[in-house]
Design a protein around this ligand. Sequence first.
Ligand code: ASP
Ligand code: MG
Length: 460
Amino acid sequence: MNITVLKFGGSSLKDKTSLKKIAALIRAHRSDKVIVLSALSGVTDRLAGFLQRYFQNATNHSKNVTAIPALINYLKERHQELMESFSVSEDVYQSLKENLDKLERLLYGIFYTEELTEKTQDLILSFGERFSVKILEAILRDEGVPAQSFEADKIGLITDSDFGDASALLDITSKNFKKRLFPLLHKNITPIISGFFGVDEAGHTTIFGRGGSDYTASVVSYALSAKELILYKDVNGFMSADPSIVPEAHLLRVLSYDEAAELAYFGAKIIHPKTIEPLKLKSIPLIIRNAFCPDEEGTRIQLHSSLTKDVVKSVVYGKDIAVLKIYGAGVGYKPGVLQEIISHITGQGINIKSVITAQTCINILLDKENLEKSYHSLIKTRIKTVDKIEQVSNIVLIGIVGEGLIKKRGLAARVFKAVSKEGVNVEMISAGASLVAYYFIVNQAQLEKTIRAIHKEFFP
Ligand code: ASP
Ligand code: MG
């Protein structure tokens, strides 16, 4: 079977017009297809914002129970309004009502118990996708495309139990999906699967992290050995630089899996960082397209990309990064110190993005939002040989990505010469850790200058 997986994100799920557009796109795909869908635009933000305000930050005084019916009403109106603009059968209204009732009960439950566990949090965040798949199913049927929607946890998208940032168990998920979905495809019925979440082996809903529907699409592609995956976005694809900083930046037509993974991990927030992994295992090509201009050429991501003369393909940046500098004589070579520090930080559920070590200082790169927490946990533990710990947060991480970059003589010299000509001081460098990327850190204030200087050097 020649299956194409098509994924649509929240930005293409806004109103009647945008839904009509994606229904037309789906109909135009003649081959066997499976759809993966995000929540309607803004819905997951609402759910996440609600939890943040009422259960994490709030003092008792500011908690207000009337916020629950207000949220439920918003969700009801948002979805009903769309349903009314298509001819939708009674059972779709019924399913919306059932899910809203369940969500409402959950919210009251945690409101009165004043307890929000990570399990419940994941379950609550998953509702946006449970609503949206039902609506698309109804619209497609209305447009004459036989379709059937599924909530991913109910058809066996099995994951580990890493709540908030789960990963799929690919083999068992493949078995479940083949059994459930192949018979439908044989009958020319298009399955629509909710993105963003799965279920662990104990039966609890788990989410893949914000933007995680891309990853669902990739897991589905793996599970069904799809011919290709097309992610419909609100941009054409990956660019040689952020066009808001470098207006003359160009679209990248082909990237390798490794290049795309590096770009996604640190800089360009175009795809969820875990998307590449399952695809690479089966060499399934990934195509990024603009849902609003579907005829434009997008970016194709596959096993190998073409080598360009200067090998550099893109310069990206990450603003949400911070460094924990851990000083002490010999921290870099004393056995066990690095391990102790790392396990302390990861033990708090904090993800370390990268580590750069020297004899006298270990530099831990993490997300800015985790800086304080890891600093305080380390200060408390008194690791031997550590003299001082410093937090650095007014920085940005610059990445230069391109297959073949590590082997290209003189490349680093060109990069750093171009940067230093602009008067930018490079505070830290990591080269050689990845075969396709260099990373370095500069002061936040010099971000734009740095990006422009490098882009100009390689794409004059
Ligand atoms: N709805 C989820 C989010 O907004 C997942 C996704 O859109 O990919 O993060
Ligand atoms: Mg999204």
